[in-house]
Design a protein around this ligand. Structure first.
Ligand code: B1M
Length: 212
């Protein structure tokens, strides 16, 4: 593998945003195809970060700095990717449910989803049913991801699903839910399609859904 791609991977895993940015620019200037830079350095090393995070070998701060470094690299590649027509593998709308302002976990999930090659429409926090559905429709999403950190807001996931049923749009989207108080049992109770306990697993499952 090209030296600069190795350097990008190593810098990303150490969370060195400035180095990632410089080396990605160097790789572009050297004429390395954008998709190669993406697949063989940024996505590859972010995948390794996800695996290590899941295995409890690294923790939230390391993942956040690595994700920030990845975003710094992606920012340079995104306009070129659009030009080259490299399509994302699918589209996800993500948000924290109504009444809930916690966004650190949701942001981590969003970053991992991007790292897995999905286009992520981030609806933010305190997201209403109308906003989730409006964005999903507008961006032709396959998946709606809901995050909830409070026992008082987790019920909102079920309310959104019920509302989707009433509007006749439930089957248009796969629903993934998560967040500290959410469990598999709870997800089944409210009729969500998938519960995932962490960001890395959420990205794996989302990838499986859109590539199935
Ligand atoms: Co709040 N808070 N908080 N808080 N807060 C908790 C959640 C709490 C457990 C603290 C406690 O009492 N021990 C408690 C909830 C109790 C409960 O409901 N049982 C609590 C409370 C009570 C509150 C307030 C009500 C406090 C008050 O005002 N009286 C208030 C509510 C505000 C509101 O939302 N309306 C509040 C406010 C806040 C801050 C604003 C100060 C701040 C949020 C800042 C921010 O997010 N920008 C905050 C914080 C930081 C926390 C704690 C300390 C940390 C949460 C966090 O970011 N964890 C939290 C205690 C704790 O969890 N130890 C707490 C790190 C993050 C990476 O983990 O979000 O779990 P997490 O995400 C994980 C997984 O859950 C999963 O992946 C992530 C990474 O792997 N995941 C998904 C998350 N979403 C997913 C979606 C998926 C799949 C996986 O698919 C779609």
């Amino acid at each position: 593998m090209s030296v600069v791609l190795e350097e990008i991977s190593e810098a990303l895993k150490k969370g060195k945003s400035k180095t990632v940015k410089e080396k990605v620019q160097q790789a572009i200037d050297e004429g390395i195809p954008v998709k190669t830079i993406l697949d063989e350095s940024l996505l590859k090393s972010m995948g390794e970060i996800g695996v290590r995070f899941k295995a409890n070998e690294i923790f939230v701060p390391e993942v956040l700095v690595a994700a920030r470094a990845m975003n710094a690299g992606l920012a340079l590649l995104e306009p070129l990717l659009a030009e080259e027509g490299v399509e994302p593998i699918g589209t996800v709308v993500i948000g924290t449910v109504k009444g809930d302002l916690h966004d650190i976990g949701k942001n981590l999930v969003a970053m991992m989803l991007r790292g897995a090659g999905l286009e992520v429409i981030d609806a933010g926090v305190d997201v209403s049913t109308d906003k989730f559905l409006e964005l999903a429709e507008k961006h032709n999403a396959q998946i709606i991801c809901m995050s909830s950190l409070l026992t008082t807001t987790m019920e909102a996931t079920g309310e959104i699903i019920k509302e989707m049923e009433e509007r006749g749009v439930r089957d248009k989207y796969k629903i993934m839910i998560g967040g500290a108080p959410v469990t598999d049992e709870f997800a089944k109770k409210v009729g969500a399609d998938y519960y995932t306990p962490d960001a890395a697993t959420a990205a794996e499952v989302a990838k499986q859904i859109v590539t199935a």
